[in-house]
Design a protein around this ligand. Structure first.
Ligand SMILES: NC(=O)c1ccc[n+]([C@@H]2O[C@H](COP(=O)([O-])OP(=O)(O)OC[C@H]3O[C@@H](n4cnc5c(N)ncnc54)[C@H](O)[C@@H]3O)[C@@H](O)[C@H]2O)c1
Length: 354
C-alpha cells in the first residue's frame, strides 16, 4: 500500500455540485450581496494588487484566458473560455475554474469550479458598480441577452440595488422564456419584450449581456436617453463589442483596469487616449461617479482578475465547517522534501508488499 499523503498534500476542492450546494445553503441573494461587498473591499485596496491584462489565446471560434493576480499574501488565477458558438452545440459559452495559493510557500489553498462562480461574481461586480453609478431611484432594468449570465445579473441588481422590475429581450425568444421561467419565483416583476427598443422603455439601467464573436450593435445611439446607467458585459474580447460608438461618445465611461479594457472592452472602438475613470477611484472617493441626473454612465465591464480573487477567497472562507468541498491529494509533499523520488519508489506496489 502507498504511504498516506501528508496533510499538506491536500487541497480543498469545490466541485460544481458543492458550489451549487453552498450557494443554496447560504441563499443566492445573500451570496450576491456578500460577493459585492467582498469585491468592493478589494477595489478599495486596488493599488496593492499585482495587475496585468489577462493572457488570451484566441482562435477563430473563441478565446481561452488566464487571469492572475496577487495581494502579496495570496495568489489567485482563473482559467476561463469564451466560445459564443458553443450553445448551438449544447455547450456553455463560458466555463471556468480557479485556484488560490499561499504566496509564502507557493502551496495551493483552494481549487474551485468557477463557471457558476464567474456568473455570481460578474453579477455582483455589475451591481456593485451600479450602486456607485446608477441613479439612486433606479427600480427598472432592461436585460438584453437572456443566456447563462442573465438570471444572476437580475438577482444581483435586485439584492444590491433594489431593482424590482426586469424587462427581458433576446434575439432567441426561447432564451427569454427560459429566463422569465427561472425568475418567476424571484419576487421580481418580469416583462418579456420583443425588441431591444421595447426592453429599454422607461428603464433607468440597461444591461447588455449578449454573445457574438463580432462587432455587434445591441444598442444604437437613438435608443439611449439621458440619465441611464449602462452595464455592458458582453463586449469583452478584441473585435467583440455591443454598443454603437456614438453612445460611448455621449457617456461617462467607467472601467476596471484600463490596459485590459482598452484591448477588450467597448472602448476598443475609441482613441487609446479617450478619457475613462477607474471604478476603484470612484469607490475610494478619488474620482467622481455620477455627477448629474442627465449624465449617461457606462460601466464597460470585461471582468478583471481581482474580482475572481475576491470570489475565491469568499468561497475559501464560506466552505469552512461545511460539507461543500472535498480534499484533493494534489501536492506531492514527501516527508523529506528532497526525497521526491523515494516517495515515488515507496509507492510501487511490490515495494509495499516486500
Ligand atoms: N464582463 C464580464 O465579466 C463577463 C463575464 C461573463 C461573461 N461575459 C460575456 O457575457 C456574454 C454573455 O455570456 P453568457 O454566458 O450569458 O452567454 P450565452 O451564450 O449563454 O448567452 C448569450 C445570449 O445572447 C443572445 N444574443 C446574441 N446576440 C444577440 C443580440 N444581437 N440581441 C439580443 N440577444 C442576443 C443569445 O441568443 C444568447 O441567449 C458573453 O459574451 C461573455 O463572454 C462577460
Amino acid at each position: 500500500m502507498s504511504p498516506l499523503p501528508s496533510e499538506l498534500a491536500y487541497v480543498p476542492f469545490v466541485s460544481v455540485e458543492h458550489m451549487m450546494g453552498l450557494v443554496h445553503h447560504i441563499g443566492i441573494e445573500k451570496v450576491l450581496t456578500d460577493l459585492a461587498a467582498e469585491i468592493e473591499a478589494d477595489f478599495r485596496r486596488w493599488p496593492l494588487f499585482d495587475k496585468t491584462p489577462r493572457v488570451a489565446s484566441h482562435s477563430a471560434v473563441g478565446v481561452i484566458e488566464l487571469m492572475p493576480t496577487s495581494d502579496g499574501q495570496t495568489y489567485g488565477f482563473k482559467y476561463v473560455n469564451g466560445h459564443p458558438k458553443n450553445t448551438a452545440e449544447g455547450l456553455q459559452t463560458v466555463t471556468a475554474f480557479g485556484l488560490l495559493a499561499d504566496v509564502d510557500t507557493g502551496y495551493p489553498k483552494l481549487l474551485s469550479e468557477m463557471t457558476l462562480l464567474t456568473a455570481l461574481r460578474t453579477a455582483a461586480t455589475s451591481a456593485m458598480a451600479a450602486k456607485h453609478l446608477a441613479p439612486k431611484s433606479a427600480r427598472t432594468m432592461a436585460m438584453i441577452g437572456n443566456g447563462a449570465q442573465s438570471e444572476f445579473q437580475c438577482l444581483a441588481f435586485k439584492a444590491v440595488c433594489g431593482i424590482d422590475t426586469v424587462r427581458l429581450y433576446d434575439i432567441d425568444p426561447a432564451a427569454t422564456e427560459k429566463c422569465a421561467r427561472n425568475l418567476a419565483q424571484s419576487g421580481l416583476n418580469v416583462v418579456k419584450c420583443r425588441s431591444g427598443q421595447e426592453a429599454i422603455e422607461g428603464v433607468q439601467i440597461i444591461t447588455t449581456c449578449t454573445a457574438d464573436k463580432q462587432y455587434a450593435t445591441i444598442l444604437t445611439d437613438n435608443m439611449v436617453g439621458a440619465g441611464v446607467h449602462i452595464n455592458a458585459i458582453g463586449g469583452d474580447c478584441p473585435g467583440k463589442t455591443e454598443l454603437h460608438r456614438d453612445i460611448l461618445m455621449r457617456s461617462s465611461i467607467f472601467v476596471e483596469y484600463p490596459p485590459q479594457t482598452r484591448i477588450e472592452g467597448e472602448i476598443q472602438q475609441l482613441d487609446s487616449e479617450h478619457p475613462v475613470t477607474e471604478l476603484w477611484q470612484v469607490i475610494t472617493g478619488q474620482a467622481q461617479g455620477r455627477s448629474d441626473d442627465r449624465q449617461i454612465t457606462l460601466f464597460d465591464s470585461v471582468g478583471f482578475a481581482i474580482e475572481d480573487f475576491s470570489a475565491l477567497r469568499y468561497v475559501a472562507r464560506a466552505i469552512k465547517g461545511t460539507p461543500f468541498f472535498t480534499r484533493l491529494d494534489m501536492i506531492a509533499d514527501p516527508d523529506d522534501p528532497r526525497d521526491l523520488f523515494g516517495m515515488f519508489q515507496r509507492a510501487e506496489p511490490e515495494a509495499a508488499v516486500a
